[in-house]
Design a protein around this ligand. Sequence first.
Ligand SMILES: *Cc1c(COP(=O)(O)O)cnc(C)c1O
Length: 391
Amino acid sequence: MRDFEGELAQRKTAGLYRTRRQISGPQRPALTSDGRSLLSFCSNDYLGLANNPANIDALRDALPETGLGGAASHLICGHHDAHHELEQRLASFTGRSSALFFSTGYMANMGVISALAGRGDTIFSDRLNHASIIDGCILSRARVRRYPHGDVGELEAMLAQTSGHKLVVTDGVFSMDGDVAPLKELARVCREHDALLVVDDAHGIGVLGPEGRGSIAAQGLSEADVPVLIGTLGKAVGTSGAFVAGSPVLMDYLVQKARTYIYTTAMPPAIAVATRASIDLIEKDDERRQHLQALVDRFRTEACALGYQLMPSQTPIQPIMVGDNWTALELSHALEERGLLVTAIRPPTVPEGEARLRVTFSAAHSQSDLDRLLQALAECRHLLAKQDVAV
Ligand SMILES: *Cc1c(COP(=O)(O)O)cnc(C)c1O
C-alpha cells in the first residue's frame, strides 16, 4: 500500500503542508479565526456582499415560498421558478441571450469543457488556468495543449497546426496573478482559426467592466466574440453557485451533455433568489467598485515604495512575489502576529519557485484597514531582504 503518512511528512519538510483555519461568524474583513480576531486580506468577497443585509433578507423572505432543499436534479423535478428567473437575470446582466445555473464554478468548468470537447478534439489552455479548467480538460479526454501564459502569438501558431474541433479556454482574470487575459486578441485568433472561445470570469464578474459585467464587457466584447462565458457566484456576487452564458443552442446542448449539471441536485432555490438580489445591487452600486479600485491603486503605490515586488495586476488580486515557500510562510506568519490574515500561496497552486502572498481587497475594507496592512508590511520588509541579495 502507498505510504500516505510518509507523503504527508514529506510535504511538511518541503513547506507544502496545508492546514485549514476555522472561522466563526460571518465572512467580512474583521474575521474571528480559531477564536482570534484578524483583519483578513484573503477572501474573494470583492464587493463585501457575502454578509450583505439586503441579500440575507432576500434569502430569508424566499424560504417560506421555496422551502429549503433542491430535492432533485434539474432534469428530474428540481428545476424551480427561482432558478429559471435567476438564469434570465444572469443573461440580461451579462448581455447574453441565455444562461444556465450550475452548483459551483468547479462543476461548471468540469461540465462545460467536457461537454464541448471530447476524444479527437483539441483544447488549448492557458498555462496559468484554474485547477477546475485543468480537471475539465482531463475529464473531456480531448488532446490538451497548454500555451504560455497570455501568449496569443504562440497560441495562434498552435491553432494553425491543428485541424478538427478546437476549444480555447482561459481565465478572464487569473486567480493567482490578478492579470486580465488579452480577450480581444484571443477572440480574433479564435475567429480566424474556427476555435470556440470559453472564458472563465470567476474574478471579473461584479468587479470589472461597466456595472460590474465582467472582463469581457470591460474589453468591449460581446457574445459573438466570446461565445461561452462562465462565472461564479460565490466570489464578488457573495452567494453560491455559478453560471454559463451564451446562445440558447449551446445552453440546450449543455443541458443534454454536461454531466456536472445533469447528475447533481439543484441548488436550494432560495439561494437563486438571494443571488438575484445581489445582482441588482451589483448593477446599481458603482460606489463599491470605485472604493475597491481606490484601495487597489493606493496599495500598489505604497507597497512598491516599500520595495515589495508586485505583479502587473490592476484587479483586487494583488500578489506579493516571494519565491521561496518557507519565506512566503514566514512573511504570512509575521503578518498574522500583527493581526493580519494574508495567505501564502505555494506550489502546486502556483509554479515552483513562485510562492507568494495573495493579497485580495474588498469594498468592505476601509482606508484604515489598508493603513494597518501597509504598516505591517513596512515592519516585515526585512524578511525579504536576504532574497534581494540572492537575485
Ligand atoms: C474559484 C474559481 C473557480 C471555482 O468556482 P467555485 O464556485 O468556487 O467552485 C473556477 N475558476 C476560477 C478561475 C476560480 O478562481
